[in-house]
Design a protein around this ligand. Structure first.
Ligand code: HEM
Length: 469
């Protein structure tokens, strides 16, 4: 491992060529089929021997894949004006923060940033704690859970309770839960080859989900607007901030009603599934390593409750588990951009308007930057490794001005949930060939089954058995 790792394919040519289609991936016309079946394996092979490579998908055309931290810095910081957001985000989420650009993005980011400061996140801790306890208390010893589903429900409950002031029913509000899941259907790989206007079943599901969530967003905003007129509302919460932008209307409105609703749908999309996947995969890894589990239990068993910021900041093992999960299983495993001019990267030509994908997972599991990169080893973060790896060798929240606005929210929620769940239950991966689960040999538990479309997550339906501690 070297912190100043050599790049793999600098050519030193004065006549830059397009990057290669890696041989290991077969003929470019087969790339679409290969990525649909095994997207992660496809991406790993794509980036294995090349820091700049090319793949071809029907419909989308050539994709330019980058897998070196230097290139991430080039795109996200040094030349950020030359890279736009992909059209998919704009089509899916209109003018919310994830999709907007230029002055409009800057204005929105300035408005929303104060709602994600450390103090603000600390004020959400009690609401998060209540939601996590509520879900954990609804489980009981001996019960079997679909881990990804439970974590998704938990993070959506938390998001609604803290940011939107609405408590979702524990096992109800299924229309909202289903709609939030359907937001991912826009990014289903089987839709890639078809033009955007073709109503594939996945796209129809996406539109139903988005429309449901826009309606909910409209209701939340109207309710908040009425509460504000009778002064019974906190003036600096998210919804009041958004309503105030509309209140400065009409000719001078900072955001239209549609933009306000888009903002809420964007936060639902960006803010729950990502944390849910991180939590599910952290719990998966904990369940198969008894030594790690006992260090973790030693750390969390004697803490003061309810857990506050001071306690959260003094949980190094929990912190390392979350960090290592974000390294091996970054929920946003690819960051997409559009090149807005022709350019050269590592001596390869990148045409104007081409799609450029930053391979976050590939960089974070690259042996040039991490020893034994495919081993889940939270203790690697003990030894000041963050200072020894290059900038952007760890980038689960992106980087530059557009880095994740919800980073602190996600880290706080993830550590809190791990600690609360870990104090109450031990989880056992169910292997139906060897029952009861408590008697299984944990070190034989296979690698987690992963699903990758827009985000990387534990495959839904992966079951765990709970035993109370
Ligand atoms: C473990 C959990 C999370 C991960 C791994 C994650 C990852 C990311 C990444 C990589 C980006 C940058 C995307 C890009 O540059 O194109 C991003 C942006 C964003 N994230 Fe997160 N995120 C997480 C949780 C959250 C939460 C909890 C929220 C909100 C409550 C949130 C809201 C956003 C928003 C609004 C953006 C767009 C920011 C902008 O463009 O200015 N994220 N996230």
């Amino acid at each position: 491992m070297s912190s100043d790792a050599q790049t793999r394919n600098e050519q030193g040519s004065s006549n830059p060529q397009l990057p290669p289609y890696p041989d290991a991936l077969g003929h470019p016309l087969t790339h679409s089929i290969r990525t649909m079946h095994k997207p992660l394996m496809f991406r790993d092979n794509l980036c294995k021997h090349h820091d700049v490579s090319r793949s071809y998908f029907f419909g989308a055309g050539d994709i330019y894949n980058l897998s070196h931290p230097k290139l991430f810095k080039h795109v996200l910081i040094d030349n950020r004006e030359s890279f736009g957001k992909s059209d998919d985000f704009r089509i899916a989420f209109g003018e919310g923060l994830v999709a907007s650009e230029g002055g409009q993005w800057q204005q929105q980011r300035q408005i929303l940033q104060p709602l994600f400061t450390q103090n603000k996140i600390d004020s959400y801790i009690s609401g998060m704690t209540e939601q996590i306890h509520r879900r954990a208390d609804s489980w009981e010893s001996g019960m079997t859970i679909d881990l990804q589903r439970e974590m998704r429900r938990l993070t959506l409950d938390t998001l609604f309770a803290t940011l939107f002031g609405r408590k979702l029913a524990l096992e109800g509000d299924s229309d909202i839960h289903n709609a939030a899941v359907q937001l991912h259907d826009w990014f289903t790989p089987t839709s890639y080859p078809l033009p955007e206007w073709v109503p594939t079943p996945a796209r129809r599901r996406f539109k139903r989900g988005r429309s449901k969530l826009r309606t909910i967003a409209g209701e939340l905003l109207s309710k908040k607007a009425s509460a504000m007129t009778d002064n019974s509302s906190n003036p600096d919460d998210l919804l009041s901030t958004l309503v105030n932008l509309r209140e400065q209307t009409d000719d001078n409105a900072m955001l239209t009603d549609k933009q306000l609703r888009d903002q809420i749908v964007t936060l639902i999309f960006a803010g729950h599934d990502t944390t849910a996947s991180t939590l599910a995969l952290a719990l998966y890894e904990l369940s198969r390593d008894e030594d790690l589990q006992s260090c973790f239990h030693d750390e969390i068993d004697n803490i003061e409750t309810p857990i506050d910021r001071v306690t959260l900041n003094s949980l190094p093992v929990t912190d390392q588990i979350v960090t290592e999960t974000l390294r091996m299983y970054p929920a946003v495993y690819v960051i997409p951009r559009i090149a807005e001019r022709e350019m050269t990267m590592m001596d390869y030509r990148i045409p104007n308007q081409s799609q450029v994908w930053l391979g976050v997972r590939q960089v974070q599991t690259d042996e040039r930057f991490y020893e034994s990169p495919d081993t889940f080893d939270p203790s690697r973060w003990e030894e000041g490794i963050k200072q020894s790896i290059p900038d952007f060798a760890f980038a689960p929240f992106g980087g530059g001005p557009r880095f994740c606005i919800g980073r602190q929210f996600a880290l706080t929620e993830a550590k809190l949930a791990l600690a609360i769940i870990g104090r109450k239950y031990t989880l056992h991966r169910i292997d139906h060939s060897d029952y009861p689960p408590e008697s299984q040999n944990h070190s034989n538990t296979p690698d987690p089954p992963l699903t990758a479309d827009m985000t990387l997550r534990l495959t839904p339906g992966t079951e765990f058995y709970l035993s109370e501690r």
